[in-house]
Design a protein around this ligand. Structure first.
Ligand SMILES: C[S@@+](CC[C@H](N)C(=O)[O-])C[C@H]1O[C@@H](n2cnc3c(N)ncnc32)[C@H](O)[C@@H]1O
Length: 357
């Protein structure tokens, strides 16, 4: 079995997969923290960015925010609550759409968003939204790192693919060094260069374009925003990173064997943001900004920061520090903004350089 198929089943198989069975994964009592678990400030700052987008696009009478990977709806509640507070007119014009293929998660989202049910549109996938495209925003926090990937190993002549097989004694084992025949994987590997030691193992996603395509078709114009951990390609595929970035998470402990206990562990790998940007370009959209989360949130939170001067709101400041400090989430997380059907938005020279485009 290809690893991407194994990962898709281990995470998303209805009734069995890690995300299909329970909603407890994020937060203190779960397996890992995200920016959402830090507190409501992350969603409140995102709301400011989305509102700016609405204003810059001429305050359309109907607009849409699409949140992918909305999990239990906490981030949606934070964004919606802040938008209602900041700008009732923008809030009134908004449809907040959540594509969610997993029934258990959709039930949790409906419960969490009880106060916003009239605002929220629940669909099983983004394709359903393409019937009536609206201007707006599509985003997902820590979504891209959860998309399945394949695993490859460097051999003396080229690359081999690492697949998954059943072990005679039960469980699963790696079968390394299958010949690579998938043209998309071959094309992605050709971009990595040749400077890798034999035995170098890493992971490659070839599904960004398929993932982004229905989102662009669900928006007549607007912005796609992807906060996640990852790197631009040259930093990701450094020869020294010889075991890749594949990790599992359980009860806040990271490990590296995804074949162990499928359905009970989160499986993830960092995001190659250069590959996401290339997928966006292939779809006719444009990368518009690429910053670390600290710089990005500091820029979109400028007004909020000014409003904090002299205020004794220690909890909100603590959240801001955790989200932006280079030693916390501000340095390890990146944000890629993609502009869709908008004239005049160009990537700055420093951001282009950071993305290695
Ligand atoms: C790491 S969790 C992040 C949850 C939440 N966004 C947060 O930041 O706390 C990844 C989420 O992405 C969801 N996911 C993965 N692939 C998806 C897809 N193609 N469409 C919608 N959701 C997806 C998973 O079900 C899971 O809820």
């Amino acid at each position: 079995m290809r690893f991407a198929d194994f990962m898709a089943a281990a995470l998303y198989e209805p009734g069995l997969g890690y995300y299909a069975r329970a909603t407890r994964q994020v937060g203190r009592g779960g397996d890992f923290f995200t920016s959402v678990s830090v507190g409501p400030l992350f969603g409140e700052l995102l709301a400011r960015r989305f509102l700016r987008e609405w204003l810059e696009s001429g305050s359309p009478a109907c607009w849409r925010i699409i949140e992918c990977g909305a999990h239990d709806g906490t981030l949606a509640a934070d964004v919606l609550g802040e938008l209602a507070r900041l700008d009732p007119q923008a809030f009134a014009a908004l449809e907040y759409a959540i594509p969610e293929p997993l029934p258990l998660l959709q039930a949790a989202q409906r419960k969490m968003l009880g106060g916003f049910l009239g605002k929220t549109r629940f669909v099983t996938n983004a394709e359903e939204l393409t019937i009536n495209p609206l201007p707006g925003v599509a985003f997902g926090n820590e979504l891209l790192d959860a998309l399945p990937f394949n695993v490859v190993v460097r051999k003396s002549a080229g690359w081999g693919e690492c697949r998954v097989a059943s072990a005679a004694i039960g469980g699963f084992i790696w079968e390394d060094e299958h010949e690579i025949t998938d043209p998309d994987l071959l094309a992605a590997l050709a971009k990595l260069g040749d400077d890798f030691p034999v035995g170098y193992r890493t992971e490659v996603r070839t599904n960004f374009q398929d993932f982004l395509a229905p989102l662009t078709r669900a928006l007549s114009s607007g912005l796609l925003v992807w906060p996640d951990y990852g790197f631009a390609r040259p930093e990701y595929y450094q020869p020294a990173r010889h075991t890749g970035t594949l990790r599992t998470f359980s009860k806040h402990r990271a490990a590296e064997n995804p074949l162990n206990s499928p359905g009970n562990l989160d499986i993830t790998a960092h995001v190659d943001f250069t590959a996401v940007a290339e997928a966006a370009i292939a779809l006719g959209s444009q990368p518009a900004a690429f910053r670390n989360q600290g710089a990005w949130l500091t820029e979109i939170g400028r007004e909020w920061l000014l409003s904090q001067e002299g205020q004794p709101q220690l909890d909100a400041r603590r959240q801001f520090q955790t989200l932006t400090h280079p030693a916390h989430l501000g340095g390890s997380f990146q944000v890629l903004e993609i502009s869709w059907n908008q004239a005049g938005k160009v990537l700055s020279a420093p951001d282009r350089h950071r993305l290695a485009l």
